[in-house]
Design a protein around this ligand. Sequence first.
Ligand SMILES: Cc1cc2nc3c(=O)[nH]c(=O)nc-3n(C[C@H](O)[C@H](O)[C@H](O)COP(=O)(O)OP(=O)(O)OC[C@H]3O[C@@H](n4cnc5c(N)ncnc54)[C@H](O)[C@@H]3O)c2cc1C
Length: 461
Amino acid sequence: MTHVVILGGGPGGYEAALVARKAGAQVTLIERHGLGGNAVLTDVVPSKTVIATAEWRTIAERAPELGIVGDAGPASLRVDLGAVNARVKSLVERQSGDIEARVTGEGVRVVRGEGRLVGPLTLAVGDEEITADAVLLALGARPRVLDSAMPDGERILSWNDLYTLEELPEHLIVVGSGVTGAEFAGAYRLLGSEVTLIASHDRVLPREDPEASAMLTQVFKDRGMTLVGGRAAAARREGDGVVVTLEDGREVAGSHVLMAVGSIPNTEGLGLEEAGIALDERGYIKVDRVSRTSVAGVYAAGDCTGVLPLASVAASQGRIAMAHVLGDAVHPLELATVSSTVFTAPEIATVGASEAELRERGIFYRVERLDLARNPRAKMLGIDQGFVKIFGHTVTGLVLGAVIVGSRASEHIFALSLAVANHLTVDQVADAFTVYPSLSGTTGEVARRLHGIRESDPQGV
Ligand SMILES: Cc1cc2nc3c(=O)[nH]c(=O)nc-3n(C[C@H](O)[C@H](O)[C@H](O)COP(=O)(O)OP(=O)(O)OC[C@H]3O[C@@H](n4cnc5c(N)ncnc54)[C@H](O)[C@@H]3O)c2cc1C
């Protein structure tokens, strides 16, 4: 029986453990904190739980428009952050416990503790040494910190510190306008904090579809968020609050600051390099599309590889590694089909190629878009923001990529995800029934607008 040892119990690790058990392997999973990894303990689950409260506030604000009235009115609602964070804690524990029960129930041996490599296929945890036929490293990453803005857990915060807050920050400064910065800035503004977002680019979410990020930038401004252009150099406590200094010398004062300036991989001090495992210059483990490292029998998955920091990609890399080890059919990682969402309100969901990539690669494409505000279901639900945009190939008619901005875009993108993953054409999407009335009706309509693109003049490049 093949013995697989997995170091790290996040989505990269625990999904692989389940797949390997199903394929009949003996599996040992080493985890120092809790099952589910950072995805469950500090990153995805806690952040999306807080964001759920923020989203319900936007719905509550629409109450009068929907005919729901009361003497106090929606303005009387306020957020009890202590209660929100208590809910986060219980949800995190439940989710981590559910994963542990599943994994152990399937026969995976879970070893608690800090593991390290003492040979390419041998790991040490405490006094125990475990030798395996194959090793999967799914070590994850942690928040990057700046020496000049060290988190103190009280006022200068990393995202791990947010869930200990009992009261809403009066004025939260968020440093970083990537996905994490934008999600927290948006959520805390909706929860009721004054928020200043320091963005080093001219728009929030510079890597997203320009139209989507422009829309979100405007939404943030309309909600009263202050956007400051510039790069933060340092943060210090001063009196009851914090002061953030920008590289050009300007200062921004607030009650708390959240540093969301990226992540670094958990790859140092574990004997990786000694075992011959190649890391890149930023410390990420180098892997190929089937998750192999530079050492035979050692695989890596997830945030420690720097391939794409998403729980879904981590899980996919882990599953692929196990298929490769255990002789199952292997489908190498296909980043061109990944879907992801920025969980702001509205959400920004994308799949496949972006317009910038299509242009860069010189691909002939046509794009169609429609505002969700025209959709009858959106009108009924009081949704007036967002759009659906699809990129179709002008030679083959294939769906190359899509962007959906709107409430629950993370759910609606799945149809287009299926289209991209299964090489469907815009006509095949258009021919599938959508429910009337439904928000996904707009997806069908946009696909119909792309009908005939094969006959039209290529517009891409
Ligand atoms: C705030 C935030 C929000 C996010 N939201 C989303 C989202 O909505 N959707 C999404 O897809 N992605 C999201 N992500 C990204 C997602 O969290 C990561 O991509 C995902 O956690 C990666 O999974 P992983 O298995 O590689 O690592 P992790 O989840 O980090 O798990 C790694 C595990 O390995 C353990 N470990 C490390 N070293 C050792 C050792 N030596 N011994 C024992 N155990 C060890 C750690 O304790 C940890 O439990 C978010 C990230 C952040 C920061």
